[in-house]
Write a new protein. Structure first.
Length: 291
């Protein structure tokens, strides 16, 4: 099923993101324990990330196909520009189509580990909008794009970055999913701009991450440029020695965030699960969405 169609349903569309484990043993554990637990929450779909330079290409595609086949959950593969030529990206899309995959989240991607700036591969793409157009031309996949409610860390003008999100839709993106954020006003301001200033009509979906430790969320937000309020930072510091207390705080913060966004008309929630069950389950239960 095309993911954009799932957002046309009257109830909020809940989805989860996984990342490919580094070993076959860890992948087996994910399918044996984690995914069955998350399946009980009745997600509309899930997505699987794509390692830098295509380092997890085969595992990503295999996981997406397996989730669809074994669990009956629609699944989407991420695809990035990093380290790939047009021909290599075309090969990935051909393989995805052979596996029955219909949905692609097309991203520029982060620089490979150890590098601080993105460098386009010769014969490849430098921007997600180019990749989206490339995937669109194949006329087989529904395409998702990413956007940054606070603006991309490499762009000093958030409105310019929002314009780039609108350009992704013009290039063929059927829905947009946000980077993590913790201030509802940032998402709502961005969505209002895209809807009313740029005429974007596709689903604009919040991506939320219930954090697991103080160190982790500080690292994540520094990498993507998301901000943590002074009040939240103070609470994190006071609990930094207790990861379980921080995890519970992450559920609390994301519950409040999602309630406001759903009340404001967000079409659903995309949960960055970090391959864990408890926080995702508690978040959805709090929202009355856990089945």
């Amino acid at each position: 099923m095309r993911i954009a169609e799932l957002y046309a349903r009257p109830e909020p569309t809940v989805s989860f993101e996984f990342f490919p484990p580094k070993s076959d043993e860890a992948e087996a554990a994910l399918f044996r324990e984690t995914i069955p637990e998350l399946q009980r929450l009745k997600p509309a779909f899930c997505s699987v990330t794509y390692g830098a330079g295509g380092s997890t290409r085969d595992r990503t595609l295999r996981m997406v196909a397996r989730v669809r086949r074994e669990f009956g959950i629609e699944a989407m593969s991420h695809l990035t520009c990093v380290g790939s030529t047009r021909e290599q990206l075309g090969d990935v899309l051909d393989q995805a189509r052979e596996l029955g995959i219909e949905n692609i989240l097309a991203l520029r991607g982060d620089p490979p580990r150890g590098e601080t700036t993105f460098k386009p591969t010769a014969g490849g793409f430098g921007h997600a909008v180019e990749l989206i157009g490339f995937v669109k031309a194949r006329k087989h996949f529904a395409i998702g794009g990413a956007f940054y409610p606070e603006g991309h860390i490499e762009c000093g003008d958030k409105q310019l970055d929002w314009d780039r999100a609108a350009a992704k839709v013009e290039a063929g993106a059927d829905f947009l999913i946000s980077q993590l954020f913790y201030d509802a006003n940032d998402f709502l301001e961005c969505a209002d701009y895209l809807r009313n200033r740029r005429g974007v009509k596709v689903p604009i979906v919040p991506g939320v991450l219930p954090f697991l430790s103080a160190e982790q969320i500080k690292r994540f937000t520094s990498l993507c440029g998301a901000k943590l309020s002074a009040e939240l930072l103070k609470r994190l510091e006071s609990l930094a020695h207790d990861d379980e207390a921080v995890r519970q705080l992450g559920v609390e913060v994301c519950t409040d965030l999602c309630r406001r966004l759903l009340d404001a008309g967000a079409p659903g929630i995309h949960v960055y699960s970090l391959n864990r069950v408890p926080s995702t389950r508690e978040l959805l239960t709090n929202l009355g969405l856990g089945k």
